[in-house]
Design a protein around this ligand. Structure first.
Ligand code: GAR
Length: 205
């Protein structure tokens, strides 16, 4: 079967990118292949991770462009040149414009560290702690034009313990992210994810 060609967008540490690399190497991505890392920060650790894993990188400096649309058009051309079929946003800390969102509608997913629609946007783990919720978690969803608002593919719960700090909670949330993201990519690669309006069905074998 033809492999699903995947690009990952990330801005920082890249533990989710690493989880995808590890899963691909261990044959846990149902044939998805990681073709490209797109990163907006030349010195982000994720760039080093990609080089080590032998994944090509497209690194750009947003400041060098006149607009978000301008750099997105360049990224899009690169994705099209490489025939990328799925875009995975894994800690990509930039708002997307319709240039990217429309081109990859239904073919772009994001991982977010809360149970959406609670706590969208930045600092979701901090937001959940400050609010005092007893459960939070992880969401993987399709990307639409809104802020963390697209159809939900998978969610996992993480309990908030007494005396929790942002750091202890983040450690457990990240561990869950690193399980669920490769699982979702594998399900998409296997053709087991279907989208009907806001409703997503994932079949497991
Ligand atoms: C992850 O926790 C991801 O859910 C979050 O950024 C972190 C990136 O970690 N994304 C967002 O908050 C998007 N709104 P990583 O670079 O180690 O994968």
């Amino acid at each position: 079967m033809a492999k699903l060609r995947v690009a990952v967008f990330a801005s920082g540490n890249g533990t989710n990118f690493q989880a995808l690399v590890d899963a691909a190497q261990q044959d846990r991505l149902d044939g998805a292949s990681l073709e490209l890392l797109v990163c907006d920060k030349a010195h982000a650790p994720v760039v080093e991770r990609a080089k080590k894993a032998g994944v090509d990188t497209f690194v750009f400096a947003p400041k060098e462009y006149d607009s978000r649309e301008a750099y997105e058009r360049e990224i899009l051309a690169e994705l099209q040149r490489r025939e990328i079929e799925l875009v995975v946003l894994a800690g990509y800390m930039r708002i997307l414009t319709p240039v990217m969102v429309d081109a990859y509608e239904g073919r772009m997913i994001n991982i977010h560290p809360s149970l959406l629609p609670a706590f969208p946007g930045i600092n979701a783990i901090r937001q959940a702690l400050d609010y005092g919720v007893k459960v939070t978690g992880v969401t993987v969803h399709y990307v639409d034009g809104g802020l963390d608002s697209g159809p939900i593919i998978a969610q996992r719960l993480v309990e908030v313990l007494d005396g929790e700090t942002e750091s202890t909670l983040a450690t457990r949330i990240h561990a869950v992210e690193q399980e669920v993201l490769p699982w979702v990519v594998g399900r998409i690669a296997a053709g087991s994810v279907s989208l009907d309006g806001r409703h997503v069905t994932v079949t497991t074998l």
